[in-house]
Design a protein. Structure first.
Length: 216
């Protein structure tokens, strides 16, 4: 009789352990699913190009991951004359980590892009001599998108111009509502800006011989 009671106790303990293992496994699965859902690079990453390299030393970007997700990030430099990639550096950034990306830049006008997948986290166009072209032919065309009701910057707005000057014709605004194109002087350029929840806006601007900023 004592032996039977011992067997029952052992069976009960084994059953309890099995139940606890199943419960723990289910909890881990739930936690893992919660940690990997909704991983949005734009909201999770604090990412900035802190040095464009125009004074020497190359370009430098600093990225901090404020989430429990992991991302691949890249810093690229492009010659604006033909949009060819000059240098690139990629790395994986894990949860709650920070890292730096450093790349070389050309000795003529170029564009920098800091990205995660298809999401542009930061971008800069550094003016100078166009590769194979004369100096002082390009100026900055800047766009600043803000909510007219609150004055808050509008990030991730799509900015499009109707001409390509070798550095692309579309941009998305950064966290400060800013985007930039390098454009030729003395040109009339059509532009449009669109963003979710806001009215579509379009117009044109003459670049003249100095930098221009469009507030939308």
């Amino acid at each position: 009789m004592n032996k039977n009671i011992m067997n029952i106790n052992i069976l009960a303990k084994v059953t309890l352990v099995a139940v606890l293992v199943v419960a723990a496994t289910f909890s881990v699965m739930k936690l893992s699913k919660a940690d990997t859902s909704g991983c949005d690079a734009r909201s999770a990453l604090a990412a900035n190009i802190v040095s464009t390299g125009e004074s020497g030393g190359g370009a430098l970007a600093v990225i901090s991951n404020n989430s429990d997700c992991s991302f691949n990030v890249s810093l690229d430099s492009f010659k604006t004359s033909d949009n060819s990639r000059y240098d690139s550096k990629s790395a994986a950034i894990g949860p709650r980590q920070s890292l730096e990306l450093h790349i070389n830049v050309p000795d003529c006008q170029y564009r920098l892009e800091l990205s995660s997948g298809s999401t542009i986290l930061d971008s800069r166009t550094v003016l100078g001599n166009m590769c194979g072209a004369s100096a002082s032919t390009f100026v900055n065309l800047n766009f600043i998108a803000k909510d007219v009701c609150t004055g808050n910057p509008v990030s991730n707005a799509l900015v499009t111009i109707d001409q390509n000057f070798g550095n692309g014709s579309t941009r998305t605004t950064d966290g400060g509502g800013f985007s930039n194109f390098g454009v030729l002087t003395n040109k009339t350029i059509g532009w449009s800006v669109s963003a979710n929840g806001f009215n579509f806006t379009s117009n044109s601007i003459s670049t003249g011989t100095s930098d221009k900023t469009v507030n939308v």
